[in-house]
Design a protein. Structure first.
Length: 238
């Protein structure tokens, strides 16, 4: 299932998370001003991307918390659904509590037909236990993951820099041999808010990739000369 990423809209009181989000907004505004005035445009770009990436990662964290809430409530991981179903749904207000929201469109590149976003871009795509990552959990055992496709190269690099301290100038690792169709799947229909794709196992452990639980990679799909960048987020390492 796929869901466009959003931050929860209801937070009571002033929490550390609220302060963190306000700081992001402040730095994002400052970056926009500096870039717009022609003052240190590189600074503006970095902080603008940092703000956008932080929103993406925070949203993924909330979805992860919803997944954990369901399993801690007694459901098996295999029973968790990427929808609003009672007892098992990540987006059910009682069982999971996560809220699907739209992603910032500036995170994504225009690479599809007629220079638009491709069909599966801009959503959280839930793969269930169909993706095996290198050095994550037990070797050769599939992990529960979700992912976001169609990211800009600069956003992909900023994700890895934020999570792992890699140089922004370093291109992400390519999942050699894996096209969008193999990694993301090819559903016959796409719901407006959420998508779940399961049943097509993908073994990335043989690729010699970084072994990150969360990280951004390039696929081998090239559209009009533009590569695709995908953020993979591990919900549960098995």
């Amino acid at each position: 299932m796929k869901t466009r990423i959003q931050l929860p809209s209801r937070q009571k009181g002033f929490s550390l998370l609220t302060g963190f989000i306000l700081s992001i907004i402040m730095f994002g505004t400052l970056a926009f001003f500096l870039a717009g005035q022609g003052i240190n445009s590189g600074f503006g770009t970095v902080y603008s991307n940092t703000s956008k990436v932080s929103g993406l990662l925070i949203s993924g964290g909330y979805i992860n918390t919803g997944f954990d809430a369901i399993t801690m409530g007694g459901q098996l991981p295999a029973a968790v659904t990427f929808d609003a179903a009672a007892n098992t749904g990540v987006f059910n207000p009682t069982s999971g509590g996560a809220t699907p929201q739209s992603l910032d469109p500036t995170l994504f590149q225009l690479r599809g037909a007629l220079n638009t976003m491709s069909t599966l871009d801009g959503y959280w795509i839930y793969r269930g236990a169909d993706v095996t990552l290198q050095n994550v959990g037990v070797p050769a055992t599939a992990d529960y993951t979700m992912m976001v496709s169609g990211l800009k190269l600069s956003i992909c690099q900023q994700i890895n820099n934020t999570l792992h301290g890699t140089a922004l100038a370093t291109a992400p690792s390519t999942l050699t041999g894996y096209t969008d169709a193999l990694l993301l799947g090819a559903p016959t229909s796409v719901p407006p808010a959420v998508i779940s794709i399961t049943g097509v196992p993908v073994n990335l452990s043989v690729l010699g990739t970084a072994g990150w639980m969360n990280g951004c990679y390039a696929t081998t799909t090239i559209t009009a000369g533009v590569a695709n960048y995908v953020y993979i987020h591990t919900l549960l390492a098995q």
